[in-house]
Design a protein around this ligand. Structure first.
Ligand code: DGL
Length: 276
């Protein structure tokens, strides 16, 4: 069995291109459609109720306008609060980034390790990472730290040098002394991973940094196989990029977030379904 429809992926903005990058690399034969809700970013500061509404708008848009076969929620904030609502609403499988991120954290640490999660206000407030870690059998301390300033720094391309280093240091100072794993629980933080690692070297040198993008792509691959949804070898490979505002912003950030340059004619401006 095979299915030539694209995989849909959405985020509050362009940050989810880090997850799209992992997806394209793990599944090079799969067509994709990415939607960045750049008109309403950021989600991390909003209430759970608003994030659920936006998530339903975005998901319904991808189902209706792009006929997707599976949905990847690249945004940690959305994955933290809206997965149940999306699964109840959509006729297709939905994959979020929290469970894969939690598994990545546990993959090389003990069940009693102290784990820290960096995320937006919405993600940290939701308790989604501690819940996911507990469900996976983790029995150690989990500390969640909101690190909101890292998002605009990544968007500005300000990912090295003194300013991001000092910001990262200020957040990381809050971590327990015995922290073993630091989870980058936000689409934007992988861009700052080198600076975060450098700041940890002086503060908590034993700590390892992980993010869930590759684990998410691996989950999608398994799901495609189990459900018989892989694209047929003969199907044409097409990647679409949709935004709700300012296509030029995606063009300028694509090299950093996606690892590839794109032209402005490759980005489509869309209105989302306002039906939630
Ligand atoms: N995409 C969001 C996340 O991963 C970060 C940006 C935002 O606040 O919308 O949580």
């Amino acid at each position: 069995m095979s299915d030539e429809r694209p995989i849909g992926i959405f985020d509050s903005g362009v940050g989810g291109l880090t997850v799209l990058r992992a997806l394209r690399s793990a599944l090079p034969a799969e067509p994709t459609v990415y939607l960045g809700d750049t008109a309403r970013v950021p989600y991390g500061t909003r209430s759970a109720q608003t994030v659920v509404k936006y998530a339903l708008n975005n998901a319904r848009t991808l189902v209706k306008q792009a006929d997707i076969k599976l949905l990847v929620v690249a945004c940690n904030t959305v994955s933290a609060v809206a997965l149940d609502a999306l699964r109840a609403d959509l006729p297709i499988p939905v994959v979020g980034v929290i469970d894969p991120g939690a598994r990545a954290a546990l993959s090389s640490s003990s069940a009693s390790a102290t784990i820290a999660v960096l995320g937006t206000a919405g993600t940290t407030r939701s308790g989604a990472y501690p819940r996911a870690l507990l469900a996976l059998g983790h029995r150690g301390v989990v500390v969640v730290v909101k690190a909101p300033l890292l998002v605009p720094l990544a968007e500005e391309g300000w990912t090295s040098g003194e300013v991001p280093f000092l910001v990262a240091q200020r957040y990381l100072e809050q971590l327990p002394d015995d922290v073993e794993v630091v989870v980058l629980g936000c689409t934007h933080y992988p861009l700052l991973a080198p600076v975060i690692r450098r700041a940890l070297q002086s503060l908590r040198p034993q700590a390892r940094v992980v993010d869930g993008a590759e684990a998410t792509a691996a989950d999608v691959a398994v799901l495609l196989d189990v459900r018989g949804l892989r694209a047929p070898a003969s199907s044409a490979l097409r990647h679409r990029l949709l935004v709700t505002d300012a296509p030029e912003q995606m063009v300028s950030l694509a090299p950093a977030f996606l690892g590839a340059s794109i032209g402005v004619d490759e980005v489509e401006l869309v209105d989302v379904e306002m039906t939630a």
